[in-house]
Write a protein that binds this ligand. Structure first.
Ligand code: SF4
Length: 166
């Protein structure tokens, strides 16, 4: 990895790294795209994305990664169920059957759109106004019907278990 980073600096190279190891991603990459069932659900500059993940799937991924030190105690988000088949994905948000923050019917009916929530930080989730707005504009779907549901939805995942890095 160090050799690749050195070569990148010396020759101003670009890499496309596809990996499940988040420590490697954080070390190697300037920008990150998080994929679920073949779609990017969140993207942005590496450090802001790791420090403040927005999408519930990204939060679960990062919570499950090994901490950098065995004494670090963290809470892991356990996702229910299995990843669905990509040839027959769920309607609406493809993450909705497993999402710990699923709002309700809106997540089954309306496909969220990847939209910029913070500068350079994009997310595809109805918990974020920019994504709902983009979905409404693109699909002409009456997302207003779910406005109260969306506004009242919790933003923090509470189904976690205590784990240590040991
Ligand atoms: S759109 Fe709904 S189901 Fe999908 S990630 Fe957001 S809250 Fe969860």
């Amino acid at each position: 990895m160090n050799l690749l980073v050195d070569l990148q600096r010396e020759h101003n190279l670009s890499y496309l790294l596809i990996a499940h190891n988040l420590a490697t991603v954080r070390y190697m990459c300037h920008t990150v795209g998080v994929m679920y069932l073949g779609r990017i659900v969140e993207s942005g500059y590496t450090d802001p994305l790791f420090d403040n993940p927005l999408h519930p799937y990204t939060k679960a991924l990062i919570s499950a990664a090994l901490p950098s030190h065995p004494d670090i105690v963290r809470e892991e988000i356990i996702l229910p169920g299995e990843v669905p088949s990509p040839i027959d994905p769920p309607e609406g948000c493809t993450f909705n059957p497993r999402c710990p923050l699923k709002i309700g019917q809106v997540c089954e009916d309306l496909v969220p759109v990847l939209a910029e929530e913070e500068r350079g930080h994009h997310v595809s989730c109805h918990l974020f106004e920019t994504s709902v707005k983009a979905a409404r504009e693109r699909g002409g779907v009456a997302a207003d019907a779910w406005a109260d549901q969306i506004a009242a939805a919790p933003r923090e995942i509470t189904h976690t278990v205590d784990v240590t890095g040991a």
